[in-house]
Every structure is written in C-alpha cells, then in structure tokens.
Design a protein. Sequence first.
Length: 205
Amino acid sequence: MLKDKYPSKYLSDAVEQFAKLPGIGERTALRLALFLLRLKKEEALSFGTIINDFIENIQFCQTCHNISDSKTCDICASKNRDKSIICVVENVKDVMAIEQTHQYKGLFHVLGGIISPMEGISPIDLEIGSLIKRVKVGSVKEIILALSATMEGDTTNFYLYKKLKDFNIKLSVIARGVSFGDELEYTDEVTLGRSIINRTPFESK
C-alpha cells in the first residue's frame, strides 16, 4: 500500500489521487504532489479552489450535451451556426478538435461514448434518444456521423443509420483521411477539416 511507502499519510493520499488520472503513474503522481508542496500556500489553495469550482459548476448543454457554463452551450446558442446540420461525435474532446479546424459551422451532438459490448456500453447508455428528438423537430436537414474509424465506431454509425434512415434528412459520414483506429483528437486540423468538407453519403460506405 502507498501509505507504507511515504513518510506522510497526506502525501500518500495525494499520490494515490494523482495516480488515478489517465496516463499518470505513481512516480509522476509523486512529482506532482511534491510540486504542489513547493508552491506558495496561496497558489496551492487556489489550484484546489479551481478544481472544486470546476466540479461544482460545470454543466452539460441540455441540447447537445457539450460541456458548458450554462444550460445551453455557446455553439447551440449562437445565431451564426447552421442549425440544419448536426455533427454527431463521441465525446467533448471531438467537439473541440473539430472546432479548431474552423471548417464546420453547424451544430453538434455528443453521444457520450460509442457502442462497445466488450465494455458493456449499449445504445441505451448513449445520448441517442435525445438526438432522435432533435431530428423529429423537423429543422434538421443533415446528420454528419463523425465517429472514430474503429469497429465500435462503425457499429455505432450503422446503429444510428438504422434509427435515422426513415427521416427526410441526409446522412453522411466524414471522409476517412484518418488512419484506422485513430481518434479524432489526435488527427491534425487540416486532415480533420478536409474529412468534414469531403464527407460522403452513409449509404456508399
């Protein structure tokens, strides 16, 4: 146990919590904890306050499920976005990646994951019902499926296609300029931007 390795229970607890972060091992967690100790007390406490405010105040857009400071995110609230197009993505990081291309001016819909039987994620665990409700309103003309080029991503694409194909909308998928298995967040902005512009009808896949 970590408590047996360090001279302080509080240091052990801090290392244990930092080590829960993605990509952070015990050694890196220890460096982070010791770094906090080197900060002025006011700076360290400010860091903790910011984390607390983040957890307490962050919201998810009631329309697209993107993170937001209010019930409706800036993208959904903008009068300059094309509200007839919705780009469906797996997570919030994908929204940020696509926004950085400056090539897409429509709206988004964050599923909160992709269908993965191996991880116990089924369609009911995703924000698919709310997507269908948005389409039923009647103002949507195109759905762009921008999920990762993996077996799980393709499975989710096909499931969404089956759910949406009877609506009078265009269903398209981003052009596959992304290597198989790569996630959108790791794709360079130019390639990702072109993959959205050169999207193709889903039926041709």
